[in-house]
Design a protein. Structure first.
Length: 141
């Protein structure tokens, strides 16, 4: 099975939603891919899942089973095992990647999905939905 990795800071909000939404869509569209998510600084967040992510998934009838039960720190093995690696916001994550995984910083993909300090949570989650659907369209062709 092919894997896609979503990387964020806390593995709490954006990356966890990307993971859940991708896995939900992959099942519906019957593609042989699985998403997982990791964080570059999981100590910055408390709790296992953002209430914004949880509420949005529940509102859209997407089971919480499509995302991990808890936050996980990024490892090099995570990067190696994924065919596609995406950090959710370059201005936030590139520097962290350079510090923690310098050999990977220029090899992964970066999006520009804002955190709640810049955008409303629902705006960021809708942005992720569109980006995930674009990836799935590319994978299917």
């Amino acid at each position: 099975m092919n894997k896609i990795l979503f990387i964020c800071t806390g593995n709490y909000f954006r990356s966890r939603f990307a993971e859940a939404f991708f896995n939900y869509q992959a099942e519906i569209q019957k593609i042989n891919w699985r998403a997982y998510s990791r964080g570059l600084g999981i100590h910055f967040s408390e709790g296992d899942l953002s209430p914004f992510t949880k509420e949005y998934l529940e509102k859209n009838n997407i089971s919480l089973n499509y995302t991990s039960k808890s936050r996980k720190a990024l490892t090099e093995l995570d990067l190696i095992e994924a065919q596609i690696q995406i950090a959710l916001k370059k201005s936030e994550h590139f520097h962290r990647m350079q510090k923690q995984f310098p050999q990977w910083a220029n090899r992964i993909n970066y999006w520009n999905v804002h955190d709640i300090d810049v955008a409303q949570p629902v705006e960021s989650l809708k942005d992720i939905e569109g980006k995930v659907l674009s990836i799935i369209d590319r994978i299917k062709t």
